[in-house]
Design a protein around this ligand. Structure first.
Ligand code: ATP
Ligand code: MG
Length: 277
C-alpha cells in the first residue's frame, strides 16, 4: 500500500498538475493529511495552490540541491494541504543533480524525515523523463499516470513504462503503477471509447473507474490560485476529483494495491504494455 504518488507522464498538458492540485484538495475533504510536492520548474502546482512562485524563500530546489530539511520549505495552503513549492530555480537542480552522489534518491531521503506527518504525499512531475522525474519515481510507492484518450495514448506510454522498469530494477523495487487516470474525458468522442477499452484491456483494475471530464471550471480555477473544490464545488470537475479521492482511499482501505493485475492479457496477441511493470 503506497501513499507516496508520483503523478507522471512525459507528455505535456495531459492534466498532471490539475490532478495533483484537485486530488490533494479532495483528499483533504476526505480528512486525509496531504503534502503536495511541486517538482516542476514551471511551478504550476505552486501557483494553482495560491502560492506566488516568484516570492518563494525556500523551495523544492533547496531540498534537492542543498539537502535542506523538507519541513523548512513546506508551506500551508488555504485548501488545507501542505505544499513544497517550486519555481524556475528547480531547473538548475536538474543539472546540478547529475554531479551528485545518490542523485536519484535525494527526494526519497528527504521524505523519510516527514512521511509520518502525512497520509498521502503527491508529487507533480515535469513533462519529461529527467532527473527530477527519476527522483519522484525513486521516492514514490506508486505512479499515477494521467492520460487523454487519444489515438497515440498507449504508444506514448512505453517510454514512461521503460523508465519505471529501470527505476524498479536499479533503485526502487517496490514501485508500482498505482493507476491510470483518464483526463479531459469526452464520452461523445467515439475514439475516447476505443482508447478507453484498450486501456482497460492493458491495465485491468489499475485503470481508475473515475474519469475526469473536460470541464471549464478545472481550467479556470488555477487563475484564482484554487482547486476547483474551492472555486466551484458543484462543478463536474470538482465532483469528479472527489470521486477519484474516494476511489483511491477505498482501494487503500481494502488493501487492494494496484499491483493486483487480473487482466493484462491482450486479445491481438501482442505483448501487453502493462506486462513490463
Ligand atoms: N479536465 C479538464 N478539463 C478542462 N481543462 C483541463 C482539464 N484538465 C486540465 N485542463 C487544462 O489543460 C491544461 C493542461 O493541464 P495541466 O497543466 O494540468 O497539464 P500538465 O500535464 O500538468 O501539463 P505540463 O506537462 O505542462 O506540466 C491547463 O490549462 C488545464 O487548466
Ligand atoms: Mg504540470
Amino acid at each position: 500500500m503506497s501513499k507516496i504518488f508520483a503523478v507522471a507522464n512525459q507528455k505535456g498538458g495531459v492534466g498532471k498538475t490539475t490532478t495533483c492540485v484537485n486530488l490533494s484538495a479532495s483528499l483533504v475533504a476526505n480528512k486525509r493529511r496531504v503534502l503536495l510536492i511541486d517538482l516542476d520548474p514551471q511551478g504550476n502546482a505552486t501557483m494553482g495552490s495560491g502560492v506566488d512562485k516568484s516570492e518563494l524563500q525556500l523551495s523544492s530546489y533547496d531540498v534537492l540541491a542543498s539537502l535542506l530539511p523538507p519541513r523548512k520549505a513546506i508551506v500551508p495552503t488555504a485548501s488545507g494541504y501542505d505544499l513544497m513549492p517550486a519555481n524556475i530555480d528547480l531547473s538548475a537542480a536538474e543539472v546540478e543533480l547529475l554531479e551528485m552522489d545518490g542523485r536519484e534518491s535525494r527526494l526519497r531521503q528527504a521524505l523519510e524525515q516527514i512521511s509520518e506527518d502525512y497520509d498521502y504525499i503527491i508529487i507533480d512531475c515535469p513533462p519529461s523523463l529527467n532527473m527530477l522525474t527519476v527522483n519522484a519515481l525513486c521516492a514514490a510507492g506508486g505512479v499515477l499516470i494521467p492520460m487523454q484518450c487519444e489515438y497515440y495514448a498507449l504508444e506514448g506510454l512505453s517510454s514512461l513504462i521503460d523508465t519505471i522498469t529501470q527505476v524498479q530494477q536499479a533503485a526502487n523495487p517496490n514501485l508500482k503503477i498505482e493507476g491510470i487516470l483518464r483526463t479531459m474525458y469526452d464520452p461523445r468522442n467515439s475514439l475516447t471509447g476505443d482508447v478507453s477499452e484498450q486501456l482497460s484491456e492493458y491495465f485491468g483494475d489499475r485503470l481508475y473507474r473515475t474519469c475526469i471530464p473536460r470541464n471549464v471550471r478545472l481550467a479556470e480555477a488555477p487563475s484564482f490560485g484554487k482547486p476547483a473544490l474551492d472555486y466551484d464545488r458543484n462543478s463536474k470537475g470538482a465532483i469528479a476529483y472527489l470521486a477519484l479521492a474516494g476511489e483511491i482511499t477505498r482501494r487503500h482501505a481494502a488493501g487492494q494495491s494496484s499491483n493486483q493485475n487480473s487482466s493484462n492479457h491482450n486479445s491481438n496477441g501482442s505483448r501487453p504494455v502493462a506486462e513490463a511493470v
